[in-house]
Design a protein around this ligand. Structure first.
Ligand code: SF4
Length: 470
């Protein structure tokens, strides 16, 4: 699978879009009421961060952001391609917007993100969704003003796949939270894990300039943001596309020098690139949270090879043990895929054995599902649902025991949390997250975005319960 793309190796800035922004503003400025834009996001934290840029550009061009699609003049659907199900869901939602277009023929609908990087999806949109005005691939999201201006001026649909090997700087961002923020430090992925679509839809790795990342984090800290997550498909390979050897540990160390009351997280890491140097920087830092998301995926070296992961269980445990030696309070979370093609019962048992050995605080677990266009989708030995469902059940039962025991060790101690305000599921309690990303419930009111120290009274596999200390 490839993009029928125009490639550019030149650095770009969103400032190149100024003439197009002016052109769109000239249209929105003449509308009798301030036009409305609805942004719907599917998928990962990177997509959420991308949507904040889409919304920021829309606001800059004269739109107001609304929470529902009804009444919108511009709808942007930011899609995910990680699973077939995510794509079907996005297309079904876009199908529901047909009646909005019938009611308001001036409505512009754009589909953005990973799904539209795939040629077969663009073809499908061209034929089956004639009311969609444009598709916008991830590496050119900053071109939203240009696409909008072209749609407004020429009334033509834009359905091309575009990929640029660039890092666009300077796009406005409309952040959803006043205390928690994501900062993309790099884009794309070079790893081609055999089950994963991401390298095909997000292109090759491109690192942002350290100065740009540092300036963005400095600005966030100055504006009172307390919980900042550095994002990339594989943050550990940050800087590998640079000539000067400046890499992720240096970036983390430089960010840690910023004075202020904040915590730094990062995700996602790849075990083949996670180094002792990085662990040393974390252990010596003032602001980097003692939490690490390190996807294991499987406990069998044969399956890891089939997955094209480029590490084995021994290497994984080596870096894990070093982390725990340097930071005994670290929380480690992981991703596990069960029932990868040809996985035997004995190999699945090896995954369970790795869980017992690694004692993750939490895992995100997935039943393997084939993605069109990836090598694993063509492999022999795809396993039936009865096998994968059984393995998933056993995996979760074991992990619940492990997480329960890990959280129980915190009972009686005090943790620092950042409050997320009143719980969405129970208005009588407040929730917060520890630096290790654990969810804590407490009764005492703490305003959203404020730190609190909470004494832990009780623990379960997925949450802690406590009392705020005065
Ligand atoms: S590291 Fe592997 S799993 Fe992660 S985005 Fe890249 S290819 Fe996909």
């Amino acid at each position: 699978m490839s993009l029928d793309c125009s490639r550019s190796a030149q650095p770009q800035t969103a400032l190149d879009m100024i003439p197009y922004m002016d052109a769109v503003r000239a249209v929105t400025g003449k509308m009798p009421e301030k036009p409305r834009c609805f942004v719907l996001t599917f998928g990962c934290q990177q997509n959420v961060a991308d949507s904040e840029k889409l919304a920021g550009m829309a606001v800059d061009m004269g739109y107001q952001i609304i929470d529902i699609p009804e009444g919108a003049d511009l709808i942007l659907v930011n899609t995910c391609a990680i699973r077939e199900h995510a794509e079907q869901k996005a297309l079904s939602v876009v199908g529901q917007y047909k009646h909005l277009k019938e009611k308001n023929p001036a409505l512009i609908i754009g589909i953005c993100g990973c799904m539209v990087a795939q040629e077969h999806r663009r073809e499908e949109i061209k034929k089956s969704y004639p009311y969609v005005s444009f598709v916008l691939c991830t590496s050119v999201l900053y071109r939203l003003p240009q696409y909008l201006a072209e749609v407004m001026e020429k009334g033509k649909r834009i359905l091309r796949g575009e990929e640029e090997h660039t890092v666009a700087e300077g796009a406005p961002i409309r952040r959803e939270s006043t205390y928690r923020a994501s900062v993309s430090i790099m884009y794309g992925c070079n790893n081609f894990c055999s089950y994963c679509i991401v390298p095909y839809v997000r292109g090759r790795e491109r690192s942002r300039e350290p100065a740009a990342v540092i300036a963005e984090v400095k600005d966030l800290v100055a504006r009172g943001y307390k919980d900042i997550t550095l994002l990339g498909q594989n943050v550990n390979s940050y800087g590998k596309d640079r000539a000067d050897g400046y890499a992720f540990p240096q970036l983390l160390a430089d960010l840690d020098k910023i004075e202020g009351d904040y915590t730094l997280h990062f995700m996602t890491s790849h075990p083949k690139d996670a180094t002792r140097e990085l662990v040393d920087v974390m252990a010596a830092s003032r602001h980097v949270a003692h939490s690490f998301h390190l996807p294991l995926q499987a406990g069998s070296d044969r399956i890891l090879t089939l997955m094209n992961r480029h590490y084995d269980c021994a290497k994984y445990l080596d870096i894990l043990d070093y982390m725990r030696e340097k930071m005994p309070d670290i929380a480690v979370t992981s991703d596990i895929i069960v029932a990868f093609p040809t996985e035997t019962e004995a190999e699945f048992e090896q995954t369970l054995a790795m869980l017992r050995r690694a004692r993750f605080d939490m895992i995100y677990s997935f039943i393997y599902s084939p993605r069109k266009g990836t090598p694993a989708a063509k492999m022999e030995g795809q396993l039936p649902h009865s096998v994968s469902a059984d393995r998933m059940g056993r995996l979760l039962a074991l992990q619940n025991e492990i997480a329960d025991a890990a959280n129980s060790r915190l009972v009686g101690g005090t943790v620092r949390v950042i409050s997320e305000g009143v719980s969405k599921n129970d208005a009588s309690v407040y929730t917060g997250r520890t630096d290790q990303n654990k969810i804590v419930f407490f009764k005492e009111p703490v305003p959203e975005g404020e730190w609190a120290f909470v004494k832990i009274d009780r623990a379960a596999a997925f949450a802690l319960y406590g009392t705020v200390e005065k």
